[in-house]
Write a protein that binds this ligand. Structure first.
Ligand code: ACO
Length: 383
């Protein structure tokens, strides 16, 4: 029996998976066997979803079928729309709206006849992957006082999201950059939100509950909430010659530099490189080129200061740093960044839940009790 307490469950193996392999020392990430740098710049998001759910790339016919299935599941039920309107009136943050709306997706399926657990899981997985972009785009428009835009049945997953957000089909290179991002973050071993989803599913609960819980875990700044603050830091710095002073002051105040450090990677996160390359292509021309160069400079200064401030901690750039730059380049507001991360990761969450349902056991670790013992009851009047 393992009795050792590992704070934060660090290095504890809680599941077996065929979905992704993270090697924190080599700085590599395999997605169902494919290196992330091979897959992410080439695959459509639908191909990546198929890969996650089936562990192989789709044939032409399989891809066409999945595209049809996802496209036909994009509409939101009327009560979900009403809920988003109410949330927008109260100014709820994007991730809270996403969590509430995801929970309400159960309303699309209450009237459907009972199916086998496997069929039900796959149906709910399609519903979740297809609907999350509609929720995010709809809520973003409602927050701006705009009318929601209906999904476009002929556009792919990423292009349709931008269409719903902006009201017109996007240029191909923006849809491609978003697709690269979504594929890059689709899965990442036993990260906090995926673990959360697997714990919920392991009790034989339903997939909507598992994904709602995962959204809650993703929201925190130590997990999916970092790219907004990472970009804010680059904007705050503004000029290359200010980088060192601003970052040093943050570290002296005990703040963490967002977009740096990782529980598993002790070298540069390979996803950071995929997204840096995507950002480099994206910002190659135009007036934003300076922003890309500033971000690269800030990264170098931050790495130097982190090595000085936390020697031996091996704090390197993580995925969130260049996420911010790619998503900003695509034209997304930083309030949307974490919810767009959820749009990619939901394919991984649902795939892990399928895997958990097929092979897993109830996830139930133990706690080491460090409280008092043998206390005597005291009557209320005597306390
Ligand atoms: N800036 C400054 N110091 C840092 C940073 C950082 N970005 N990251 C870690 N440290 C320091 C900690 O203060 C701690 O120092 P101490 O031991 O002297 O107190 C030491 O490094 C170890 O940090 P832990 O929090 O124990 O390491 P953990 O493995 O739990 O943290 C985490 C990983 C949460 C990602 C952390 O590096 C961090 O907070 N980074 C900034 C937030 C961020 O970028 N999150 C996105 C992660 S990627 C993702 O989830 C998709």
């Amino acid at each position: 029996m393992i009795n050792e307490y590992r704070p934060g469950l660090e290095d504890v193996i809680a599941a077996q998976t065929r979905l992704s392999r993270v090697d924190g020392e080599a700085g590599t990430l395999l997605l169902a066997g494919y290196p992330v740098e091979t897959l992410a710049p080439r695959a459509t998001f639908e191909e990546v979803v198929f890969l996650m759910w089936n562990l192989c790339l789709p044939s032409v016919a399989e891809l066409a079928e999945l595209k049809r299935d996802l496209s036909s599941a994009r509409d939101l039920p009327a009560p979900t729309l009403a809920l988003l309107r109410a949330a927008a009136e109260r100014g709820a943050p994007m991730m809270d709206a996403l969590r509430m709306a995801a929970a309400s997706l159960s309303l699309t399926i209450v009237d459907e006849p009972a199916a086998t657990p496997k069929v039900t899981l796959r149906r709910d997985a399609r519903r979740l992957v297809a609907s999350l972009p509609t929720v995010v785009a709809t809520y973003a428009r409602l927050r701006q006082g705009l009318t929601p835009v209906a999904p476009h049945p002929d556009l792919g997953h990423a292009a349709n999201f931008l269409h719903m957000l902006e009201g017109e089909p996007p240029e191909a290179h923006r849809a491609r950059a978003l697709e690269t991002y979504l594929a890059t973050v689709v899965d990442h071993g036993m990260n906090a939100s995926t673990f959360t989803a697997r714990v919920v599913l392991s009790t034989q609960s339903d997939l909507i509950s598992a994904v709602v819980a995962a959204i809650g875990a993703l929201k925190g700044p130590l997990h999916g909430g970092a790219p907004g603050p990472a970009l804010a830091t680059v904007f705050e710095i503004g000029r290359k010659d200010r980088a060192e002073a601003v970052l040093r002051a943050k570290l002296e105040r005990g703040e963490r530099l967002m977009g740096f450090g990782h529980r598993v990677y002790k070298v540069r996160d390979p996803r950071a490189e995929v997204l840096r390359s995507a950002a480099a292509r994206f910002y190659a021309e135009g007036d934003q080129r300076e922003l890309y160069e500033l971000a690269c400079h800030v990264e170098n200064v931050a790495l130097g200061l982190l090595a000085e401030a936390k020697p031996g901690r091996r704090l390197e750039t993580n995925v969130e740093y260049y996420t911010a730059l790619v998503l900003h380049g695509v034209g997304l507001e930083s309030e949307l960044f974490t919810s767009v991360f959820a749009m990619g990761r939901v394919a991984g969450w649902t795939a892990h839940c399928l895997e958990q349902a097929a092979n897993g056991r109830l996830l139930r670790p133990r706690a080491a009790y460090i409280g008092e013992e043998g206390r005597a009851w005291e009557e209320l009047v005597e306390r």
